[in-house]
Design a protein around this ligand. Structure first.
Ligand code: 26A
Length: 347
């Protein structure tokens, strides 16, 4: 019997196809959307998908936040370094996502739903901002039991680093807990992303259940503020919020916890805590590019996470990991949607 394939980085998220198109502020206002937000679709938003498909600027792109990060990490790492779990339908969209992953060097470990369509995200671009409206569909049906199938659990056991999109908190907290507990029990790295302000707001319970397992938590400033508000932190200082998260109780005390908060074009904040008495705050400049070089910012945060994770997998320092993340984010925003330059450029 051959050994199970060993992917050092294993990701879990919601596989989505992005319907990316240009809209104006009026269009966002009509549907009550903010220009830099990500939400789950409500009935009132449903026409958006047909309207996106009819929009002359529409592009169908591989999306899903953690899946974008997985492709980002694979962009930097050697072949066969990244596997990705998620749930899709049995349709052309799923085939498109699978083939994008294959091209990017990501092994898709999809749970396939017989009678639910692959999820989609309307990525509405206005200027340099993006507003994301997601219909999870099949992605909403991922089950922890899928991870426990022997062939999949072998992949989990062979991994060194786990990355879970915060968005998956709306789908399968038990699957997240399985990976988190395995990582803590085996002293592997468990990382998550806050992903969007609505998660700390409305999915506080599963978020807080995962928190004791975070070795790395990545987020941006608006997500940090939403975290502070939902947790009664009584501060709007992003460094203070990152500190409060860094010192939360931790199951695996053999590793410190680092909270990384990106702030658009402002410096990235990283707070590392080894227990509550040993807390280190660092800041890192981002790689600024000319505004005229920006194509769109859809997937910028995921690219940061992907670059960051690639360096963590390779055992590099925190400052280098943040630098690779910033580098890959700068590359991604010069491409259409959550993608990376081809032919490949190296860090
Ligand atoms: C549960 N929700 C709302 C989501 C998402 C999501 N990925 C997973 N779950 N909403 C938007 N995205 C993805 O975020 C990427 C940009 O960071 C989009 O598919 C887009 O590619």
């Amino acid at each position: 019997m051959s050994a199970a394939p060993a992917y050092p980085l294993v990701c879990l998220g919601n596989p989505l196809l992005d319907l990316q198109c240009d809209v104006d502020a009026e269009y966002l206002a009509k549907y009550d959307l903010k220009d830099n937000d990500a939400i789950l679709v409500e009935d009132k938003h449903m026409p958006i998908f047909a309207e996106a498909m009819a929009n002359p600027t529409v592009k169908l792109l591989a999306g899903g936040a953690a899946q974008n990060a997985a492709r980002g990490a694979a962009y930097v790492l050697p072949e066969n370094s990244v596997a990705y779990f998620g749930s899709v339908g049995k349709d052309n969209y799923a085939e498109a996502l699978r083939s994008e992953n294959t091209n990017a060097g990501v092994t898709s470990l999809y749970q396939v739903q017989e009678d639910v369509a692959t999820g989609k995200c309307a990525a509405l671009i206005s200027g340099h901002e993006r507003s994301l409206v997601t219909d999870l569909a099949a992605a909403n049906h991922f089950k922890a039991e899928f991870l426990q199938k022997p062939e999949n659990w072998a992949v989990v056991e062979a991994a060194k680093v786990f990355y879970v999109g915060g968005f998956h908190l709306t789908v399968s907290p038990p699957a997240i807990q399985l990976l988190a507990e395995h990582a803590a029990a085996t002293n592997k790295i468990f990382s998550m992303n806050l992903s969007a302000p609505f998660l700390p707001q409305f999915f506080k319970e599963p978020l807080d259940a995962a928190a004791p397992y975070w070795d790395y938590l990545i987020g941006n400033e608006s997500e940090a503020l939403a975290y502070a508000e939902s947790h009664g932190l009584d501060t709007t200082d992003v460094t203070e919020i990152a500190k409060a998260i860094a010192v939360l109780p931790k199951v695996n005390s053999a590793r410190p916890r680092t909270v990384i908060i990106t702030q658009g074009t402002l410096e990235t904040i990283a707070v590392t805590a080894n227990g509550s008495d040993d807390v280190k705050v660092e800041t890192f400049p981002i790689k600024l590019i000319q505004s005229s070089e920006i194509v769109d910012t859809n997937g910028a945060g995921d690219a940061f996470a992907g670059g960051f994770l690639s360096a963590i997998v390779e055992g590099k320092s925190l400052s280098e990991a943040i630098d690779v993340g910033s580098w890959l984010a700068a590359k991604s925003i010069q491409c259409v949607g959550p993608s990376f330059p081809q032919p490949k450029v190296s860090y």
